[in-house]
Design a binder for this molecule. Structure first.
Ligand code: FE
Ligand code: FE
Ligand code: ZN
Length: 305
């Protein structure tokens, strides 16, 4: 069988910690996963619990989940590009230092980070701030790796082009601790053509290097190419489409790279009251390589029972 490292975003709660995340991933038939160490929109973090961490690591060993493929996502309110408020900037730097420590305690090697938004300071200034911050955060050669995520270019987001990511990597001293996380929805919304992914990869290889891809977020997009929007869609239900996503997922050059789904939960009534994770069914569809136009209904039926 072809090698496929695939999983999704999962929760990480106070009660079960890493063990709970592993269990959730196994429920989706995943062999990897990604989680926030607390709420994505805030920086309140509980102490990592030793017992559930050990139990989670043991369950991973038993079920053949390689912890090297598991990803932590840093909260998206951390902004290394904005140094207008010195206290906030220092807080972001310190938070990420702590986040890397949490990753180390959990045994996780990769932390995905949104590079940041320049909030009016301008691109050059924003990139300079990110570089300065990363040089403080990554002050040693050893330790977990930060995967800089390619962004959609919403508002003043940086990292929307391979060139901007390359500028950041060039400015950081301990480059061995930096990789890149491609996000298919973000690439599409930033203006890259996912109908010709081989060409996109060649382009990435020339500018940054294929060996720098540490993670891929697999999402369809609600918006047209170049929309600079960043709204994820379920696999096969957006503008990128099932065939293009399958080509990316099964690309020979990326077979060692963990693929993570961040597609939206499906609601039963159409409202936000009852929503269900789509990941089990999406992963099943990806493994079968056959588009299921009734996927969303199937997810609703599966969860009703
Ligand atoms: Fe992200
Ligand atoms: Fe993403
Ligand atoms: Zn996104």
């Amino acid at each position: 069988m072809e090698k496929l490292i695939i999983g999704s975003h999962v929760s990480f709660n106070k009660e079960e910690g890493l063990l709970g995340s592993v269990k959730e991933a196994l429920n989706y038939d995943s062999n990897t996963f990604m989680f926030y160490t607390g709420a994505p929109q805030n920086t309140i973090r509980a102490k990592i619990d030793e017992k559930t961490t050990k139990e989670g690591q043991k369950l991973m060993l038993d079920k053949n989940i390689d912890i090297n493929d598991v990803i932590i996502h840093a909260p998206y309110i951390v902004n290394l590009a904005n140094n207008k408020d010195e206290n906030k900037f220092d807080f972001s730097i310190n938070f990420l230092k702590q986040e890397l420590k949490r990753a180390e305690i959990l045994g996780i090697k990769k932390v995905v980070l949104h590079p940041g938004s320049h909030v009016g300071l301008g691109k050059e200034e924003g990139l300079k701030n990110i570089i300065n911050a990363l040089n403080i955060i990554l002050d040693k050669k050893e330790g977990p790796i930060i995967c800089l995520e390619t962004m959609a270019g919403k508002g003043t987001e940086l990292g929307k082009t391979f060139e901007e990511i390359k500028t950041i990597i060039d400015g950081v001293k301990n480059k061995e601790r930096l990789l890149v996380c491609l996000d298919t929805c973000h690439l599409n919304d930033a203006g890259y053509d996912l109908n010709d992914f081989d060409r996109l990869l060649d382009n990435f290889d020339k500018i940054i290097g294929l060996n720098k891809i540490g993670c891929i977020h697999i999402n369809d997009s609600k918006n047209e190419k170049d929309a600079h929007k960043d709204r994820h869609e379920n696999i096969g239900f957006g503008t990128i489409g099932f065939e293009n996503l399958i080509k990316i997922i099964y690309n020979e050059k990326l077979k060692e790279v963990p693929k993570i789904l961040e597609t939206p939960y499906v609601s039963i009534s159409g409202g936000k009251d009852r929503t269900f994770p789509p990941y089990k069914k999406e992963i099943e569809m990806i493994k079968e390589k056959k588009y299921n136009p009734n996927l969303l209904e199937d997810i609703r039926d599966y969860n009703k029972s």
